[in-house]
Design a protein around this ligand. Structure first.
Ligand code: SF4
Length: 416
């Protein structure tokens, strides 16, 4: 009989060139066979160098492999080399990407130390200038990139689409026997803007292996349609992200919906999850969501996967939620050190379950699993290690004792 193979994950990665984004010994490859890169962006005032350096450090520690920061005015450009210096002191070697709009040509030329300290430039072709000035100003930025051997992302955004180009595409469309829909014209304008500017950058002397493209929109279906087409028309690596994804669960869901469809089709070489943080909210959340999308899809491994049941009427105590949360946080906090000392530890699975209905079964499938007592069960938490009963925890110190079991398991199984 014919059997349908169960796919184990995307194996159809789109062929693209590899672009190196580097700072010192830190080398991040984007595209080709490189793993999909997680990046993020600061929301501090770049001119406030200390605050910005601290946020970059936090984002990098959370796992952001590239961090973008806006360079919007002379004070910000002046601060960039100082931010890099502060990061060096903190031993944070994450490559920095400068985000330029309107005055990038001036800032990159007037502040060479800023241009050198950045590892990549993001250029929005819709915000480069108007008329004849546009071409000159675009060329000035590309010349700086070529001079310092820096890669660029030609980052188109439909909120700031090049209006002259849009008008041209609309004129072309009007001449068609069967004109496209307004939506199709918009898609075409986004894609054309990205590709034409990339080709122009190459003509101006930027290497073929120095260009990454993005075409960000805020609708899920629009993003999927635009990137499918963009992916077909070029072999530049692609940066994926739903722009203005939104707040809270909506932002997470919309980004996940859009990105997972594209990633499953092998499209996307670096991602950024644009979440609007809640007031006082933690910026690192966008890094964690990005990692979780890639990890749950089986594309990358960042941290031991915690499997937790949702809890139900059988869950007796809040200890269960606390334990699940606590273990997740504990693992994330330990990861930077563990990754250095214990290679491969991110592949581990940990189950935290609320009762014995599914608890022991799920625990046996994980490397380590614990089931807290449910209603009517004796106050004991069986722990399984590699499928076999290992211990029964009781009392006030269940969390600490479970953490110790996890740490000992890591030391024993992942030491060189
Ligand atoms: Fe409820 Fe137990 Fe299932 Fe958790 S494992 S959802 S507590 S029945």
């Amino acid at each position: 009989s014919t059997q349908t193979a169960i796919p184990s994950g995307p194996s159809n990665r789109r062929a693209s060139r590899s672009v190196l984004v580097a700072y010192g010994q830190r080398k991040i490859w984007v595209g080709g066979d490189a793993p999909v890169v997680v990046q993020s962006m600061t929301n501090t005032d770049t001119a406030n160098a200390i605050e910005t350096a601290i946020q970059i450090r936090d984002l990098a520690r959370a796992g952001s492999e590239l961090v973008r920061l806006t360079v919007d005015r002379p004070e910000a450009a002046e601060a960039v080399p100082y931010i890099r210096e502060q990061l060096d002191k903190m031993e944070v070697d994450v490559p920095l990407v400068g985000d330029f709009h309107y005055n990038g040509h001036t800032l990159l030329n007037d502040y060479p130390e800023c241009a050198k300290a950045l590892s990549k430039y993001r250029i929005n072709p819709g915000n480069v200038g108007k008329g004849a000035k546009r071409d000159t100003q675009f060329a000035q930025m590309i010349e700086v990139a070529a001079r310092y051997d820096k890669p660029v992302r030609i980052g188109v955004n439909w909120g700031s689409l090049d209006q002259a180009l849009l008008a041209r595409i609309m004129d072309e469309n009007a001449g068609r026997a069967e004109p496209w829909s307004a939506q199709a014209v918009m898609y075409e304008a986004l894609i054309t803007s990205a590709i034409e500017n990339a080709v122009r950058a190459e003509e101006l002397g930027l290497g073929r292996d120095k260009i990454i493209l993005s075409c960000k929109v805020s609708g899920v279906q629009d993003l999927i349609a635009v990137y499918r087409e963009l992916a077909k028309r070029c072999d530049y690596p692609l940066h994926l992200g739903l722009t203005e994804a939104g707040m809270g669960s909506k932002g997470i869901v919309a980004s996940t919906a859009a990105l997972s469809v594209l990633l499953q089709e092998g499209i996307g070489d670096t991602i950024r999850i644009s979440l609007t943080p809640e007031p006082g909210g933690d910026r690192t959340k966008e890094v964690i969501v990005g990692q979780e999308i890639l990890q749950t899809m089986g594309l990358r491994k960042f941290t031991p996967m915690v499997i937790a049941c949702p809890g139900c009427g059988r869950t007796t105590s809040t200890t269960f939620q606390e334990l699940a949360d606590n273990i997740q946080t504990y693992l994330r906090e330990q990861m930077p050190e563990w990754k250095k000392t214990y290679p491969g530890v991110e592949a581990m699975n940990v189950a935290v379950m609320g009762c014995i209905v599914n608890g022991p079964g799920e625990s046996k499938h994980a490397n380590i699993g614990i089931s807290l007592p449910g209603t009517g069960e004796s106050p004991a938490a069986p722990v399984f290690v590699d499928g076999a009963k290992f211990a029964t925890l009781r009392g006030e110190r269940i969390v600490e004792e479970f953490q110790d079991i996890v740490l000992n398991y890591v030391k024993k199984n992942y030491s060189n």
